[in-house]
Write a protein that binds this ligand. Structure first.
Ligand SMILES: NC(=O)c1ccc[n+]([C@@H]2O[C@H](COP(=O)([O-])OP(=O)(O)OC[C@H]3O[C@@H](n4cnc5c(N)ncnc54)[C@H](OP(=O)(O)O)[C@@H]3O)[C@@H](O)[C@H]2O)c1
Length: 250
């Protein structure tokens, strides 16, 4: 897909990877709508980029997702790109510590239920466009789970699988299905300061968005590019080493 000439909705577009994606679509001349839960973060993004359109939406809530689809397609009938970017990551150990189910459920709702439901809600509208795309943001951890965030990794593996099925299902339509597979990127994911070890956001975003612009359908960067191309044996060995290191029992 080309980055120019689209009308794009980016969930979780007020910060981090979502904002970096929004900025690159804007720069290419597309119209961009971003959503998120925090009005102040949306306003900050709009102050930085006055051309952005913003709407408060909690994608964990079914009613918000339906309202988002109804509002965006009414206000922006040319909408032709959905970017399912909103996500959270929680470091938990369910073996050592029980938590209220509602906490776990939020991660499942935001990372899996929301993108799948939004795809279902928007597909009829997208199919009416001459050219359209869905971009789902997964993770290198979809391929090599990190046990410190077991639910997060499961959600990303599920979204990777769903994205592949959707690509088959939509292959004869006007809708392209793209998977963006980030490695660790320096954003506020999981809380401020938890991803400072990640690659620089702009370096990552410049590379992956340029490749998406040339028509690639599954795009990683650095270690996630290696993970998505590796064999099962290579990924098992990588995951074993990573988990031994991170859980401190190597
Ligand atoms: N950074 C990494 O290392 C990394 C690696 C692999 C994959 N990813 C994926 O990249 C995506 C973006 O993450 P990021 O690193 O940019 O983290 P981030 O800076 O924390 O951004 C996440 C964005 O999602 C929004 N969001 C979260 N829950 C939401 C909800 N219920 N409804 C609407 N918006 C919601 C947040 O805004 P509000 O809080 O205001 O709602 C925020 O703008 C996520 O899917 C993440 O899993 C990130």
């Amino acid at each position: 897909m080309r980055l120019a000439g689209n009308t794009v909705l980016v969930t979780g577009g007020a910060s981090g990877i979502g904002l970096a994606i929004a900025e690159r679509f804007l720069k290419a001349g597309s119209t961009v709508i971003i959503c998120g839960r925090r009005a102040d973060k949306l306003n900050e993004a709009k102050q930085q980029h006055p051309a952005l359109h913003t709407i408060v939406c909690d994608v964990a809530k079914e009613s918000d997702r339906i309202a988002l689809m109804e509002w965006t397609t009414k206000e922006f009938p040319a909408l032709n790109v959905l970017v399912n970017n909103a996500g959270i990551q929680r470091r938990i150990n369910p073996v050592e510590q029980q938590e209220a189910w509602g906490e776990t459920q939020q991660e499942l709702l935001i990372n899996v239920e929301a993108p799948i439901h939004l795809c279902h809600l928007f597909i009829p509208h997208l199919r009416r466009q001459e050219k359209a795309a869905i971009i789902n943001v997964t993770s290198g951890l979809a391929f090599t789970p990190a046990a410190f965030a077991p639910v997060y990794c499961a959600t990303k593996a599920a979204l990777h699988s769903y994205t592949m099925s959707l690509r088959f299902l939509l292959s004869k339509t006007s809708v392209e299905v793209v998977e963006l597979v980030p490695p660790a990127v320096n954003t506020d994911l999981g809380g401020v300061g938890l991803h400072t070890f990640g690659v620089p956001l702009n370096e990552f975003a410049d590379s992956v968005m340029q490749r998406i612009d040339t028509g690639e359908l599954e795009v990683g960067f650095g270690s996630s590019e290696e993970r998505r191309k590796a064999s099962r044996e290579e990924n098992d060995a990588f995951a074993a080493q990573m988990n031994a290191r991170m859980l401190g029992n190597s």
